[in-house]
Design a protein around this ligand. Sequence first.
Ligand code: 5AD
Ligand code: SF4
Length: 444
Amino acid sequence: MKYYIKTYGCQMNQRDSESAGVMLEAHGYIETKIEEEADVLIFNTCSVREQAERKAIGKIGILKRLKKKRPDIFIGVMGCMAQNKGAELLKTLPHLDFVIGTDKLHELPEIINAEKKERYKDVRLETDYDVLTSMSGHHVNAKQSVSAYIAIMRGCNRFCSYCIVPFVRGREKSRKISDIVDEAKKLVEDGIKEVYLLGQNVAGFGLDGASPSMTRKESPFAELLYELNKIEGLYRIRWISPHPAYFNDALIDAIIDCDKVCKSVHLPLQSGSNEILKRMNRPYTAEDYLSIVKKLKSKCKEITFSTDIIVGFPGETDDDFLATCAIMDEVKFDNAYLFKYSPREKTKAAEYADQLSQEIKEERHSILLKKLGKSATSNNLSCVGNTYDVLVEGASKRNSKRWTGRADGNQVVVFEPKDKVEVGDIVQIKIKESSSMTLFGAMQ
Ligand code: 5AD
Ligand code: SF4
C-alpha cells in the first residue's frame, strides 16, 4: 500500500507530515510522490492566511476525478484547516473520507487501517494530550540533509487578535525535556548535525499557557538549550518562534553561553507601533522589543535577526506604519516574513470596523520589502572579507561545481570546494562577494 502526503504551510506542518509518514511506514505503507499511484492521499493544510486555505481546497477539489476512477482510494485532510473547518469540509468536498484535527495526529494509522465499512467519513477533532507521544519519528537521510526539525511543543495560548492558530492548534502542550534530548541524540547518531526546534511560542515552552505577567516562574526553554548544547556530535541548534513577551534574560544568557546555539534569532515583531501591538494583543512595546535586540547585540556583535511583520492591520495609520519602518531601520534585519493582514474567522481583529484596503496593504508591503532588501544587502556586504564556519548542505542545484551551506548567522554561503567535502562537514569559507540573499566565498 502506498501513501502520498502533500503539505501546506509552516515548518510545524512539515514536521507533522514527517511524523505521519513515519507512523504509516510502521504499518507497512510506502511513500509515493505520485498522486495517481497512492492508496491513501493526505493533505496537511494551513489556515494562517485565507489564501492558504483556498489553495488547499482547490487542490483537493481536483481529486474528485481520481476518486471517481479509483473509488477505493482513501483521501483525508489533516492539520490546521482540518481542525478549523471540521465536518464542513465533507460537505464542500464530498469525495473526502476523513478529517483529522491537529491533536489527533497519533490516530492516523488507526483511521487508515480501519475496516472499509468503518471508514465512512471519519472526523476527529478533540483535544488530546496523547498526541505528544507521536512526535518523535523521523525520516533521516544524513547524506542529503544536515538538519532535522524537532517539535518541542504544540498549540498556542496567546490569542494574538489576528491569529487563528490558538483556535486550530489548541492549547499549549509541551514535551518533556528528556524526550526532546533523547530525540536529538538519536538524530545525531543517525548523522544529523543541526536541530531546528519548533513551537508556536518556544520562549514559553514548559509553562503551557501561563502568561509572563501572571507568573514569576520562567520558562525552562533556556534549560532545554543548555541540555541540548551538551550533546556530542551535534553542531548547531536553531529554533522558532519566540514571543518577545517571554524573552527573558535567562534565555539571552543561554543563547550567548551555548556555543551550539546559533547566533541568529528569529524574533517576530508584528508591528513597531505600540498602539497596534496593544490592539494585536501582543503584550510588549516597541521599546521592549528593541531592548532584547540591544542586549543580544551588546553581548554578541555578529548576531543576526529575522522577524515576522504584518502590514495593514485594522486601524494601522501612516504613523503606526512609520513606527514599523523605524524599527526595521534600527534593527537592520537579515530576513523578514512580511505579511499583508488577512482577516481570519473566529479572531477578534476580523471584527474590527477599521479594516484597510488591499491597496494600502500592497503599498506598505512593497515599502517594507524594499527596506528589507536594503538591510539584507548591506548586512551581507559587511560580511565580505570575513571567514565563517559553514555547515555544508550539498551541491548547488543549478551548478554542481558550486556547493552551498550556512554560516552560524544563517546566511547562505556558496563556494567551490577545494578538497573533497561532504554534506554535514564544517568548512572555513572566506567571503569574497555578496548579494542580498547570498554570500560567495573561497574555501580556506
Ligand atoms: N494575517 C497576516 N499574517 C498573519 N500571521 C498570522 N496571522 C496572520 C493574519 N491573519 C503571520 C504572523 C505570524 C506568522 C506565522 O504569520 O506574522 O508570526
Ligand atoms: Fe499566533 Fe500569536 Fe500564537 Fe504566534 S503567538 S501562533 S502569532 S497567537
